[in-house]
Design a protein around this ligand. Structure first.
Ligand code: NAP
Length: 470
């Protein structure tokens, strides 16, 4: 698959090629023609020059057509996701379904009025006027996406921006550029005016960094790691910025938990998408009264998560993104073992393929639970009561999401009130959401500004207020 960067619908012509390799067997699965500083400037100028202005119905029609095209091409998209990321094909198929929902919800939002009306004669200071609000698109958005959901992360930036009529320059991860370019081509084909989208791959110093700093850009919407997010925060200047960063989400299993549910949520949360979700379960916190039974049953459950060739429909867990990432994960497990942890299942690595790994007695200060471990690890820690669970959960620098397994309403309400996170899911994994619900973290996980189609559309637009005599 030979693809290219695009400046407003125009394929970039250059001799510089990025080779994209399968993390599973290192074969070349595609190439991308790279852009540089000149194309970055051209993309900005073309977007700002603009073109045909889209009505709400136009935007609905384009996004809905894109949704239909994605359904028609879901095998191609799933195969491309799996090829370039090493994710199991069943995960890649699931991801195309999620991206479908993103396009569908964004299309639906185009048809809704987004204004408010305030009558002014409602206080002694009031008078006979009405105040109205309307939302206007931004001049230009820059969207930067990570590797872990090669399609859905990109859809979550493009669909809400385009639904508001805001032009976008997209800089996808260089580890998974093929899916992002396929989506770009699909949007052009669905009727998107070319000035509204450029997709650039190339050196950070010539594309991502200048775009972040450029004063002509109204918003930078970034999803990725904490260090890069903080670097962007320091250099972005006077513009809107959305930062959706790393997570270290707990699954907290209380002593009254439905054990079967707890075990299933722990396994699904830790191993789905090769553990590479910002909201994957990265720490399993279990009440000490039930730790023996929970641990034994999780080990049994984890055996069902077979890892291997991502293209095999029976494979449940594919590779992580590359061999260095797998080696890093192996290292943090080894360090935890030196501190007293015990590996009960998995732990072996072949290239970028790391077996789903269950580890017990993980000390609270182990690197693998203090920092984000982006892979199929299930570290079990114990706590003695709800105070201890809340303190342990809140003890890291992250604050993205959380899952609680309990049938006790008092516990549930207390966790909702006291966890310092963006989301609390009772009897669900931390990652549970629908694509239009508000999503995003606090502390090092983000600035508390939510995404999800509806909230993201607010970010990609300005509110204009006007008033009339009434
Ligand atoms: P990353 O290394 O931070 O890269 C993310 C994007 O930033 C890539 O497109 C990357 O480009 C680009 N980038 C790198 N250096 C940059 C710079 N100096 N200025 C501007 N952009 C720059 O993250 P990743 O490893 O791809 O993704 C994994 C991380 O994303 C994890 O921490 C995960 O938790 C987080 N994540 C968060 C959410 C959320 O919603 N909170 C969702 C998904 C993932 P290159 O590829 O060209 O280097």
């Amino acid at each position: 698959m030979n693809l290219t960067s695009y400046v407003a619908g125009k394929p970039v012509k250059s001799s510089k090629l990025l080779e994209v390799k399968s993390p599973y067997d290192n074969r070349i699965v595609g190439t991308v023609t790279l852009a540089g500083a000149e194309e970055t400037e051209e993309a900005i100028v073309t977007a700002l020059k603009g073109g045909v202005k889209l009505t709400r119905y136009d935007r609905f029609s384009i996004l809905d057509k894109a949704r239909q095209l994605l359904v028609e091409r879901k095998e191609l998209f799933a195969k491309t996701i799996s090829n370039e990321s090493g994710l199991a094909i069943r995960e890649a198929v699931y991801e195309t379904g999620r991206a479908h929902d993103v396009l569908m919800f964004a299309a639906m939002e185009c048809l809704k009025d987004d204004g408010q009306i305030f009558s002014c004669d409602i206080s002694p200071q009031g008078k006979a006027r009405k105040i109205f609000t309307t939302r206007e698109p931004l001049s230009l958005a820059v969207c930067i996406t990570p590797f872990n959901h090669p399609l859905n992360q990109v859809a979550h930036k493009l669909a809400p921006a385009l639904a508001t009529g805001t032009p976008v320059i997209l800089k996808p991860s260089e580890k998974t550029p093929l899916t992002a370019i396929l989506l770009t081509e699909l949007l052009y084909e669905a009727g998107l005016p070319h000035y509204m989208l450029s997709t650039l791959l190339g050196p950070t110093k010539e594309i991502a960094e200048p775009l972040v700093k450029d004063p002509r850009v109204d918003i930078v919407s970034f999803t990725g790691s904490v260090p890069v997010g903080k670097h962007i925060a320091a250099s972005v200047g006077y513009k809107k910025v959305i930062l959706e960063l790393g997570g270290n989400d707990p699954l907290i299993v209380m002593e009254d938990a439905d054990m079967e549910k707890a075990v299933l949520l722990a396994a699904e949360g830790s191993f789905r998408n090769s553990g590479q979700r910002c909201t994957a379960v990265k720490r399993i916190l279990v009440h000490e009264k039930i730790k023996e039974e929970f641990t034994r049953r999780l080990v049994e459950k984890a055996k069902e998560y077979t890892c291997g060739d991502p293209a095999d429909p029976k494979t449940k867990v594919g590779t992580v993104i590359d061999e260095p990432a797998a080696i890093y994960l192996e290292t943090v497990v080894k360090k935890a073992v030196e501190q007293g942890a015990k590996v009960l299942l998995g732990g072996s690595r072949k290239g970028a393929l790391l077996e789903p790994t269950v580890i017990k007695d993980v000390p609270r200060n182990a690197d693998m639970v203090v920092h984000e471990s982006f892979g199929p690890l299930a570290p079990i820690l114990t706590f003695k009561d709800i105070e201890d669970a809340i303190a342990l959960s809140n003890s890291t620098a992250y604050g993205l999401s959380s899952g609680i397994v309990t049938n006790n309403m008092e516990y549930a309400l207390r966790f909702i009130r006291e966890l310092k996170v963006g989301t609390v899911n009772i009897n669900e994994v931390p990652g549970y959401r629908i694509e239009s619900s508000p999503f995003g973290g606090i502390k090092d996980s983000g600035l508390g500004i939510k995404e999800g189609v509806i909230e993201a559309m607010k970010c990609f637009s300005y509110v204009k207020t006007f008033s009339l005599p009434w």
